[in-house]
Design a protein around this ligand. Structure first.
Ligand code: SF4
Length: 479
């Protein structure tokens, strides 16, 4: 096709957008909100950046590497403007909030910058751009704007619901308070209404989101007002919620009433991501975490008493400034003693505007690398052993998609383990259905099984997926 025809073809078809998402579940949900707004305006999603009239890069800044990747992706996308001069490129997410104007200077072809608390303003920002400006919409409104009718839900099994955004904790390594702003909660009524809406729409699994999700409190409710234990109780009682999860929990904010909810409601998944970050008290203190390793062990024991089948996962930062061999050995001991079902360990990465680099001597990178490998080496046999316990059992698997190997599908057990199973005949089990799978083999990171009998239950609807989600870390890596 020659150039004029190509231009005419673009002008004649509906405008298309492409969203690339990095980072945590909050960013995933923000991308779904951006998509919803754009689709209300008549734009259509595309999976092909070269077909797009608008590219949104929803970025993550939790680690330095993630941020570097954002700028290199922008470098790739700006080349598409040679072919399509009308293409608009917007930087969204945490790098957008942190960099603001600087991003416009660094990337001359960037059209606008949109912080995570301002995603609801995407149409206004596009209008401003059409008027010739290069807008920067960052900062934090006092209340959370979550028009849940406008969200284009990605995937067909998990409905994510933001309940609290931002963070007031100021852990010394973390950039999130700068990029997500001060903590703001939504009301219990609003949250329950959104959960009901999702269940009516066909979602079976609800995931409550917040940087410190268990620090949710009813806005204006005061000390005696509803807290996260009350919210969990209310959401678990919504008819049709089959699996309820929440991320990311802050260990110090867990109360006995929250632990109790695991025992009270079977539909609260026996899975909890509980970032500990280090096994050493001096390191925890320099991190500003506000809890001791002894209290973390006690909390784990309480959770296991309340729900013996609970699977725990955690985040670890290896090589925090001043981390000694002894500090690291304590982290390693924690890993072997607690036996996490999974863990996400990362080398410490200094972030701008944080206190940590001043709090201890930088750990030599080769030493940090070696410590990280020792953590993975210690964790792998634990995961294999825990997974092996499921061999020969039947588990209820929430079907989540196709497997990497042709003819296979994947799903998640109630405790969030990944299961691969072959297609039965020529009929796939629809995403979002619950299938009974007999586990035949255990690997370190997943289970392999065979579907047994009829599908447990089916859903009324299926939701097409249109977003590309590129994840640097499988969890928020905060809290
Ligand atoms: S690590 Fe979590 S709790 Fe700490 S400042 Fe970051 S988001 Fe807040």
């Amino acid at each position: 096709m020659n150039e004029p025809n190509r231009g005419r073809a673009r002008a004649e078809r509906p405008r298309r957008f492409f969203v690339e998402t990095w980072g945590c579940q909050m960013n995933e949900l923000d991308s779904q909100r951006l998509s919803g707004r754009l689709m209300e305006e008549g734009m259509l999603p595309t999976r092909e950046p070269s077909e797009a009239d608008l590219i949104l890069l929803n970025s993550c800044s939790v680690r330095e590497k993630a941020e570097q990747k954002v700028y290199s992706r922008l470098g790739v996308y700006r080349q598409l403007k040679d072919e399509n001069p009308g293409l608009l490129i917007g930087l969204c997410g945490c790098v957008a909030q942190e960099a603001g104007e600087r991003a416009l200077k660094r990337v001359p072809d960037l059209d606008f910058v949109l912080g995570p608390a301002r995603v609801g303003e995407i149409l206004d920002v596009l209008a401003e751009r059409r008027r010739g400006k290069r807008p920067v919409a960052t900062g934090f409104p006092e209340t959370l704007d979550h028009d849940f009718d406008s969200i284009s839900r990605d995937g067909s099994y998990k409905g994510m619901v933001t309940i609290v955004e931002g963070c007031n904790k100021n852990c010394t390594f973390c950039i999130v308070p700068l990029t997500r702003g001060p903590e703001r909660s939504r009301t219990l009524g609003e949250i329950v209404a959104e959960v009901r809406h999702l269940v009516e729409y066909g979602f079976r699994e609800i995931e409550l989101l917040g940087q410190t999700v268990n620090h949710w409190r009813e806005p204006g409710g005061g000390e005696d007002g509803p807290d996260f234990a009350d919210l969990l109780d209310a959401v678990a009682r919504v008819p049709g919620v089959e699996r309820l999860r929440f991320v990311t929990s802050y260990p110090r904010d867990f109360t006995p009433r929250m632990v109790e909810q695991f025992a009270r409601h079977d539909n609260i998944s026996p899975y909890l991501h509980l970032p500990v970050q280090s096994g050493s008290n001096p390191v925890l203190q320099r991190m500003g975490r506000g809890y001791s390793i002894e209290s973390y062990y006690e909390l784990v024991a309480d959770l296991r008493r309340a729900r013996p089948d609970i699977a725990l996962s955690t985040d670890l930062i290896i090589g925090f400034p001043g981390e000694t061999d002894e500090d690291f050995e304590q982290t390693l001991r924690l890993v072997t003693e607690i036996e996490f079902g999974s863990l996400f360990a990362f080398k410490y990465s200094p972030r701008p505007g944080t206190a940590a680099p001043r709090l201890g001597e930088a750990v030599n990178q080769a030493i940090a690398d070696e410590r990280l490998q020792r953590i993975f080496a210690a964790q792998e046999p634990i995961q294999r052993r825990l997974n092996r316990r499921l061999v020969g059992t039947e588990v209820e698997v929430l079907v989540t998609g196709w497997g990497k190997r042709p003819g296979t599908q994947t799903g998640r057990t109630p405790c969030h383990r990944l299961v691969h199973f072959p297609l039965e005949g020529s009929h796939p089990t629809p995403n979002g259905d619950i299938a009974t799978v007999k586990i035949e083999e255990a690997l370190a990171h997943s289970l392999i099984g065979r579907r047994n009998g009829e599908i447990g239950a089916t859903r009324p609807t299926d939701v097409p997926s249109q977003l590309v989600v590129l994840r640097d870390a499988p969890t928020d890596a905060a809290s």
